[in-house]
Design a protein around this ligand. Structure first.
Ligand code: SAH
Length: 352
């Protein structure tokens, strides 16, 4: 391999410092040299988590959304989207099935759907926590006020996922309409941390107008926020959005970034996302080998899965929850890893 590149990677592993020049070099790494970066990242992940992968049962509760993000297939202006929302009883039956299958984290994700008042969200969280005291609840429901986040937390929610999407103001405004702002997104993330959640931020790799500079800013922002989880996956265009004609993000770059993030934030919970699995049939395995340690199988009812269409050709829309789980377990085993059946909290968090 290239000596200069090896030096950059080794120094980065030792110091966790990454200059703009180093980032430039890594983002332009050859596939052969990326194998070494992957190996170093994987070592870090194994030193913290062993060869264990945490599973999260993902329940896509609603595809109604009041926002109009240019990249997203469930944006409110998409008249072709077939909308659905799960009522609390339906969500609970997904959780029941998931718990039976061994999941101990449930992620409730959805568009920003005003049908779910804070009272409704709180009562869903409370019922899950009451019934399954051994399980964690993660919410991913977009931007809310400090008070709402606090109420969800007090009802028992443990974690919150809110990708910042980009930490560059100009870039943010190219991905979102004027009524959304990076400042508010960031404030939400800091509020979530302050309240006590395990917090996840993240970006789409190769989103329109992304550049090395915006990625550099993303990394600087993450260093400041110190998230417990980081969700990244390739941007994949959706045919009924303003970004229909933009190219998809690259798998190679996604894997490079996963490794960079693993090396920089050794203990972070880092999923190999469904978008990565969609972009490449072996994407999730490659993600784990690049340093990821979390997978999020779909627990949503099969009847709605196709409708939660953030991007084109999403995988796992035809299978039952049990099939998703066993498929992923086999994939994990095939690369020499095992499923961890615990809640999978961040290593620095004390269980309450
Ligand atoms: N409404 C919630 C959940 C959004 S969906 C929220 O605002 O956080 C979860 C993530 O899917 C988004 O944060 C975004 O990063 C990702 N996503 C949306 N559209 C996508 C696309 N076209 N390609 C890849 N990822 C996409």
């Amino acid at each position: 391999m290239d000596d200069h590149m090896k030096n950059i990677i080794d120094r980065f592993c030792d110091t966790k410092e990454l200059s703009r020049e180093d980032l430039h070099a890594l983002l332009n790494i050859s596939e052969e040299d990326r194998e070494y970066l992957s190996l170093r990242a994987r070592e870090k992940s194994i030193s913290v988590f062993g060869k264990k992968i945490y599973l999260r049962g993902l329940i896509e509760i609603s595809c109604y959304c009041k926002n109009d993000c240019y990249y997203c297939g469930i944006r409110r202006s998409n008249k072709n989207a077939e909308r659905y929302r799960l009522i609390p009883e339906e969500i609970m039956s997904c959780v029941d099935m998931g718990h039976e299958l061994g999941f101990r984290t449930f992620v409730l994700q959805g568009g920003e759907d005003v049908w779910y008042t804070d009272d409704i969200i709180c009562s869903i969280v409370e019922s899950i926590k009451k019934k399954y005291a051994d399980s964690a609840v993660t919410l991913s429901l977009g931007e809310k006020s400090y008070e709402s986040y606090k109420r969800f937390y007090d009802s028992g929610a443990d974690r919150y996922l809110l990708r910042h999407e980009t930490a560059d103001k100009a870039h943010y405004s190219m991905l979102h309409p004027k009524d959304m702002s990076l400042d508010n997104r960031k404030e939400c993330l800091y509020n979530l941390k302050k309240i006590g959640y395990q917090v996840g931020c993240g970006i789409m790799v190769g989103s329109p107008y992304q550049s090395e500079d915006t990625i550099y800013e993303d990394i600087a922002f993450m260093r400041d926020l110190q998230p417990h989880m980081i969700g990244i996956g390739p941007f994949i265009h959706h045919k009924d959005t303003p970004f229909a004609n933009f190219e998809n993000g690259s798998i190679h770059t996604t894997l490079v970034l996963l490794s960079i993030l693993r090396i920089m934030f050794e203990k972070v919970l880092l999923p190999a996302t469904t978008a990565l699995g969609t972009a490449d049939p072996m994407g999730r395995e490659k993600g784990i080998l690049a340093g990821a340690n979390v997978l999020m199988p779909n627990l949503s009812p099969v009847s709605v899965r196709k409708k939660y269409s953030l991007y084109d050709n999403k995988i796992c829309t035809g299978e039952e929850a049990a099939e998703c789980r066993s498929c992923l377990e086999n994939r994990i085993r095939s690369i020499g890893y095992e499923v961890d059946n615990g809640r999978g909290d961040h290593p620095d968090i004390e269980r309450s």
